[in-house]
Design a protein around this ligand. Structure first.
Ligand SMILES: NC(=O)c1ccc[n+]([C@@H]2O[C@H](COP(=O)([O-])OP(=O)(O)OC[C@H]3O[C@@H](n4cnc5c(N)ncnc54)[C@H](O)[C@@H]3O)[C@@H](O)[C@H]2O)c1
Length: 239
């Protein structure tokens, strides 16, 4: 399951906590990595300093179509696309300036994944092989534990988009799936107070646990899984 030897992987959000763990795990599995993040290249490089198989690092705002297409042209055809970008502002939707926050969350959490898939999917279709894994969230199913409505709408949108992309890619042997984590111990949640007595496992997830689910969905062995969202929530929410 974990053998991605010779596979070319793009990881967006590679300076982030889940992104870093995806990068380490996929590198251990033999993949060659192309990393991108809105952070400077040096920051993404530093975040992945222990990862040996990095082919390229790109500073790229995934919410901007032209930037993503420029980077995709430089990287070329890949076998796997992982999107681990995202923001999670917790704010007051009644605030007068909230609509700007809404636009920003939708730009990054929805338009970004669309830009990535639109840039990399056609090359996968042309080679008749690909795996794409996007990041949804428990918030997209339940309305979230403490999320604001822009984030909830964005993640529900990702769950729907996975199915749309899967309809497009699967006939060409490009499997498209998502993961829907519950709370994960990353910088995104560092200031969030969770009542651990509400979690059946008595803890929130680790980023490694999310990365392992992504690795499985990215493997050649997951060739008959497409259009699904894998919950990584420790039975907090069972659909
Ligand atoms: N941490 C959680 O509890 C949790 C739960 C469910 C889903 N998720 C999702 O998992 C994904 C990764 O989250 P994380 O916890 O690793 O957060 P993180 O903040 O550690 O990482 C997010 C990364 O995305 C990058 N990024 C933000 N905007 C970008 C843009 N426009 N272009 C390129 N890169 C951009 C950031 O620089 C950062 O490196 C996100 O989609 C998040 O919504 C996280």
């Amino acid at each position: 399951m974990g053998n991605l030897h010779g596979h070319r992987i793009v990881i967006a959000g590679a300076a982030g906590d889940i992104g870093q763990h995806v990068s380490a795990l996929f590198s251990d599995s033999g993949a060659t990595l192309h990393l991108l993040d809105i952070q400077d290249e040096a920051i993404t490089r530093e975040a992945n300093a222990a990862v040996p198989q990095i082919a390229s690092i790109h500073c790229c705002d995934t919410s901007r179509r032209s930037e993503v297409e420029r980077v995709a042209d430089r990287i070329g055809t890949v076998d796997v696309l992982i999107d681990a970008t995202g923001i999670w502002p917790r704010d007051d939707w009644m605030a007068p300036d909230w609509d700007a926050a809404f636009d920003r969350v939708i730009d990054i959490n929805v338009r970004g994944p669309i830009n990535l898939v639109r840039a990399f999917l056609p090359r996968m279709v042309a080679q008749r092989y690909g795996r794409i894994v996007l990041c949804g969230s428990i918030a997209g199913w339940t309305g979230g534990l403490i999320s604001s409505p822009h984030y909830v709408a964005a993640k529900g949108g990702i769950h729907a988009l996975v199915r749309w992309f899967a309809q497009l890619g699967t006939p060409h042997n490009v499997c498209v799936n998502g993961v829907a984590p519950g709370p994960v111990s990353t910088r995104m949640t560092h200031d969030a107070a969770y009542d651990l007595s509400k979690f059946p496992l008595g803890r929130i997830a680790t980023p490694q646990e999310v990365a392992h689910a992504m690795l499985f969905l990215s493997s050649p062995q997951a060739g008959y899984i497409s259009g699904t969202i894998v919950d990584v929530n420790g039975a907090v929410h069972m659909r």
